[in-house]
Design a protein around this ligand. Sequence first.
Ligand code: NAI
Ligand code: MG
Length: 365
Amino acid sequence: MSNPSLLILPGDGIGPEVMTEVKRIIDWFGAKRDLAFDVEEDLVGGCAYDKHGTPLHDDTMAKALQVDAVLLGAVGGPKYDNLDFSVKPERGLLRLRKEMDLYSNLRPAQCFDALADFSSLKKDIVAGLDIMIVRELTSGVYFGEPRGIFEEGNERVGINTQRYTESEIDRVARSAFELARRRNNKVCSMEKANVMESGILWREVVQKVRDTDYPDVELTHMYADNGAMQLVRAPKQFDVIVTDNLFGDILSDCAAMLTGSLGMLPSASLGAPNADGRPKALYEPVHGSAPDIAGQGKANPIACILSFAMALRYSFDQGDEAARLEAAVEKVLADGVRTADLLGEEGVTPVSTTGMGDAILAALD
Ligand code: NAI
Ligand code: MG
């Protein structure tokens, strides 16, 4: 059997710096765990524009559709801010998401004990927190028609439309229930069925998917505004949360910040399962290209490393190896190793991007 395949797209700014550490970790799994990947590397974002005049070359797009998983660093930077909208770096990322049809966006909010002091919430509310928000990513109010700014009488009106089909709700619900089965069999679905018809349909369809195909998973429903309150009041009551594009955008950012630094946050975007049951998948840190620290060896590589851990778990069925990598990160943090973005205590000297990679590799050994 051939090795599983990975397309690596480091991108711009700190993207290549953090990805260098991930590549060392990928090599470690090949050498020490007999888990080798066929890795290809290519350009996305500003660097692709510099070379090809487009932020995503058709050949790169074709590769992304073929491989088992794509791992992306970050795109963009001030150098590209004045480019035409059609060739802006983020268009490369948007094209990947669209053509891979990545409708299910997984955003974990996980609190490493060693960093619990970083949260804006009390330590006991966040210590040990481990929840996953599943955000619908390809439909809803960001895409619904009609949309636009129109003349109406003597003033203008701005219009966006929240629109969900049953099949769009069905597939993201399935993605959440599948995920729940790999975790603690518990899903909370959030909408506003009290004031939105799309929310009524959302609630109905999610319940039906659960009753028909996932009776083993516990399902509750919550209005999204209450969900926001509960997330900051008692976040540990949740395990998997599934919600629409708009509520998911806000709730996932809120949940992520319960746990501290942007340099720690991974994400996954999953699409339809292919013939062997593996979903199309793109893994990337939540942070951007951080031009303010790019090229200085200061970037925290953990968000990108944890994104690879998600790939191990969700694309390659290597949950144990993912846990091994996460435990190595946990150990390094517990030992007090910190990149500059994680400095809280006085008198701690930060390690470089490479230094953090070294420490995690040592912990893996
Ligand atoms: P950003 O996430 O790049 O940076 C925000 C702040 O967090 C900066 O102070 C940065 O130094 C810090 N930071 C981010 N990641 C870090 C890490 N791994 N280690 C240590 N510190 C880290 O967001 P910003 O500044 O809004 O955007 C910068 C550029 O990135 C823009 O061109 C933007 O369009 C792009 N961007 C790209 C994204 C992507 O590729 N998915 C997502 C967000 C922004
Ligand atoms: Mg957001």
